[in-house]
Design a binder for this molecule. Sequence first.
Ligand SMILES: NC(=O)c1ccc[n+]([C@@H]2O[C@H](COP(=O)([O-])OP(=O)(O)OC[C@H]3O[C@@H](n4cnc5c(N)ncnc54)[C@H](O)[C@@H]3O)[C@@H](O)[C@H]2O)c1
Ligand SMILES: O=C(O)C(=O)C[C@@H](O)[C@H](O)[C@H](O)COP(=O)(O)O
Ligand SMILES: [Zn+2]
Length: 365
Amino acid sequence: MSGSGRATRRRVTVPGERPYDVVIGPGARHELGSLTSTVLDGTARAAVVHAPPLAGLAGGLVETLQTAGVAAEAVVVPDGEAAKTAAVAAGVWEELGRLGLTRSDAVVGVGGGAVTDLAGFVAATWTRGVRVVQVPTSVLGMVDAALGGKTGINTGAGKNLVGAFHPPVAVLADTDVLAALPEAEFRAGMAEVVKCGFIADPAVLDLLEADPTGRRDTEELIERAVRVKADAVGADLYDTGVREFLNYGHTLAHAIERVEDFGWRHGEAVAVGLVFAAELAGQAGLLTRAEVDRHARLVAAMGLPTRYTGDWERIQTVMRVDKKARGASLRFVVLDGIGNPRILADPDQAWLDAAWAAVGGGVPA
Ligand SMILES: NC(=O)c1ccc[n+]([C@@H]2O[C@H](COP(=O)([O-])OP(=O)(O)OC[C@H]3O[C@@H](n4cnc5c(N)ncnc54)[C@H](O)[C@@H]3O)[C@@H](O)[C@H]2O)c1
Ligand SMILES: O=C(O)C(=O)C[C@@H](O)[C@H](O)[C@H](O)COP(=O)(O)O
Ligand SMILES: [Zn+2]
């Protein structure tokens, strides 16, 4: 089973000190067993971390590992953003201790971005670092969260404020599992895909304008987004340069998520954040009106939100806790033309207010 379809799957190598492959396509998860003689060589034990909705899939992967001679067990965590807490991480550490996981063993993260972020974080911290294989099951996980090595959890102050850079040894993006992904989650994942289009690959924009559902060209879109991310993290794993561009739309998005107590889908918040960032660039004279409007038009056509009305003062306070902020100054990723991202530091308040108005927020007089 592990070999069937292998030749037809797409493979993207993420460059860096320890390069690894992202395998994209039907049945990709079945390559897990064969990893025990390559990147998982020497693994005696493995913890397969998953949330309840992915129990069936994770159970199959536990069996695959067992068949390959690895003492694998499932570790169940809460679903969605509720997995990304210090308490859940502490619970998983206790489980890894019970399983006797040593440095030569491995964690397998199975699920959406929330679970792979958590699984990556416990792998980064357990015995100061064990190998992790990510098996993303959402579009968002496949194109973004499962690769690149950003792992982490949330705190009361905001999104992803505790974490570590810990790249996986392999990513198995099995597009068969997307059949069970709820439509709203599929759409939310496409927000990170269109983000990649705007920052680096305009062909993605053309594909999505032709079919805003992303269903016609799903694998092509996933591969293109993975390549955009692989290029950025290959050049700048530690997020001190070009990797910051992957944060396009995220300054507002993370603030929305925090203010909404993590009740918004990440991709939906990113969608609004893209519209906000485009207007900010328009205000700064970096994008034409047509380029600004292309953002809102495409995001809306994809069935994603373009509006958010909340407490502007509070949003601005939370945005200052963003990891791109330096001291008191806010820093945003903006586009200086489509496909040409740059940082805009300390934008004029009037530009910020105009961007807020563009997503439907009211600005107090
Ligand atoms: N580390 C990174 O670089 C990075 C990048 C982007 C996003 N993220 C993080 O990823 C998270 C969002 O990930 P997400 O959008 O995947 O959401 P999620 O992980 O919350 O998953 C959304 C829902 O979809 C369900 N689901 C996932 N796959 C399924 C499948 N195949 N069938 C049925 N149900 C399925 C999950 O159980 C969950 O209920 C956020 O926490 C975000 O901060 C991290
Ligand atoms: O990989 C990156 O770098 C990104 O910025 C990708 C984002 O889509 C992702 O949401 C990431 O987790 C945000 O990073 P953060 O450092 O702002 O938490
Ligand atoms: Zn994101």
